[in-house]
Design a protein around this ligand. Sequence first.
Ligand SMILES: *Cc1c(COP(=O)(O)O)cnc(C)c1O
Length: 500
Amino acid sequence: MQSKALATPHSLNKSVGNGVRQDSICELESRARALELTGPQWEELASKVLAYAWAHVSTVRDQPAYNAKPGNGINLLSSPIAEHGISIDDALDLLHDNVDTVSLNPGSPRFLGYIPAGGLVHSAFGDFLAAIANRYAGIFFGSPGAVRMENLLVRWMAEVAGFPANSGGFLSAGGSTANLSAIVTAREACHVLADDATKVVVYVTEHTHHCVDKGLRIAGLGHCRQHRIAVDDRARMCPENLDTRIRKDREAGLRPWLLVASAGTTNTGTVDPLRSLNEVARAHNLWYHIDGAYGAFFALCPEGEAVLDGMGLADSLVLDPHKTLFLPYGTGALLVRDRELMARAHGGMGAYMLDMETDPTEPSPAYLSPELTKHFRGLRMWLPLKLLGLAPFRAALSEKIHLARYFHSQIQQIRGFEVGPTPDLSIVTYRYVPSHGDADAFNRRMVKELQRDGRVFITSTRVGGRTVLRMAVGCFRTHREDIDLALNLLEDKARRLENK
Ligand SMILES: *Cc1c(COP(=O)(O)O)cnc(C)c1O
């Protein structure tokens, strides 16, 4: 039992209980109040941050797409986290010199490597507002509005993808974690136990994104069999080969479990034959997952919709708004046809969470996803969609497909270049065949030369055992002039390297 402290507000140096003194609380309070901005501090911070942001956005078209800067931001380390703060000017200088001007510039219209996106500025304002009010988007009770907003976006994505309106879904940190949740949902739905791991089979192709392999390992199924189904000459999974393989596996006493199709491979942008694969999956009672992290949002435009036919038939689908919905990094999504199965894999409840009302029509993200307290991601997606409407998104996605086709037709007009198939979506594979010497080494040298130049950023990959270059059109800022510059630079670098 504790003795009662008889403190009055006036006895500052008196104990107020547990050995705590009134004056020490006052002293701590005056220092802790530094965490809250005053009006003038708000004005200064807001105006300087906004000026910095606008300086970036208004010049991004002229900045290098890749900036090989000596030191790679090492000077950040000379300013360690310390007892006392620095000015916003100094902080922005550190950010500018060590982060925002170093290496890849994904906001550049001439960032044409990997999978571009760009980072819609409207989303940044959405993030700002989400952080300012800091609404709790994990559970309906915490912020019914925030949960409704995220569920509205899930229902909208379901509609875009052709999933039923009552599908489950959530906004994830990205495509990798969304694929992981799909794997875990499929594991629980099909009662795959750790002991079964050596018997169950996952069907993929050589172009399946490596996050699927990673997800299987994290999900405790690293030892399961991944059978790579042979692809056709356009790098698409062959349904006949899949069917044959499943039959053989059954006969061999294995347990066919999960089919992972790609709605746009990262490597070559190829879309698997989604409708025919669905038939094979259904015939053999497999969980049918589609990884649409790169390509699913192309369903918003007519060219993409045709290529993605059958996408809505899957059991689960990953989409990545931070890729082809042009959001800044940090937002992926998973849709699962049967919401109940998603809840079975992800539900959870703590004793301290009992006094919370629920609404059966608005499931809480915390019960369908791995996170509890989470970033209110919905606002960064909702704000641009609401402010801009869908029309410019549809146009931009069509434009990317058209630019990829344009590049595909133009690059083969330049002597020495050969191309892969006409692009399904917005990635073109091509390479230069030099008049003498090793073509793989030549193309890798070209990538290095282009990076040193920095005006365009282009990456390479391996297809069919050969090094090829990739043209990935995906930033909302990329337009015809940027593709023309890339074409000119590619021709120029090829000529120079030939003559060396
Ligand atoms: C990018 C990508 C992923 C991984 O998504 P992240 O958002 O990078 O985690 C998975 N699959 C495909 C097809 C992708 O393009």
